[in-house]
Write a protein that binds this ligand. Sequence first.
Ligand SMILES: [Zn+2]
Ligand SMILES: [Zn+2]
Length: 278
Amino acid sequence: MENENPAQCENHEDRDASAVCELCQSDLCEDCTFDVVDHKVCKACSEVDGRSYRELYRHNAWGSPDGFVTAVAAFPFVVGAMFIAGSLLIGLLGLLQFMSPGGIQWANYKTYFLIFVVGVFFVTIPKLYLAGVKWARYIILLLPALLLGMTYYFYSEEEDPKYLHFFLTWSFSYVALIVIAHFNPRTKLAFSIPLSDASLESCYRRSLKNYVAIASPVLALLSFAFPPLMLLSGALAVSGLANTRSKWPQVPWRVFALFGLILTFVSFIWMFKFLFGL
Ligand SMILES: [Zn+2]
Ligand SMILES: [Zn+2]
């Protein structure tokens, strides 16, 4: 006999305990043991305010954007803000020039206005997407199409293909990000779309393993060579950080996610250094 006085189940005096609750250390028989993603706990500890941990995860993710949704929204928002600021600034400088004897070509104002309108569109759609408006998941696909159209309009005639290549790679990488985000089950929760129990379970398990946090700094480093990867490294960093908010079961790799976020930011600054030859 291994144990002369085997512990009894806390709820059933006539049964031997086969497990100990990981949270409150009470002795449990098989019937009283609950499983929270491979952690054995008692019934009381398997719930928070009457919700299982998996339900709690669904509750917290419901209608709340994760890293992928944030990255999908952030990219066109930054581009749109730059279009608006740029068109206003150039337009204003043009007006000032108009006061002076040099004169100004009115034809250019059509272009400034077009860039301004596109900028407003680029800022508005991501806001709807981030707010969890369901049809914005499809409307967002118009943005890379628009970006590609503008790229051809402005840069296909240029002799130096630097900017053409730049916008092309960003547009296609952005499409890839949108597609990844679209099929990510976590995105469905962000848009309040019901998930099956099986996908919810695998989604929850993935969030506890938090491999996205490890992948983030790796992709951020690669983004120094291929800048559009920073869309992905940023998305993974924000997701990885959000995962570590869970108090129990504890989620590892928080430092990796933070490191990924910082590296992504440095890579973003570095890209402008390259782009404008600063
Ligand atoms: Zn317990
Ligand atoms: Zn029991």
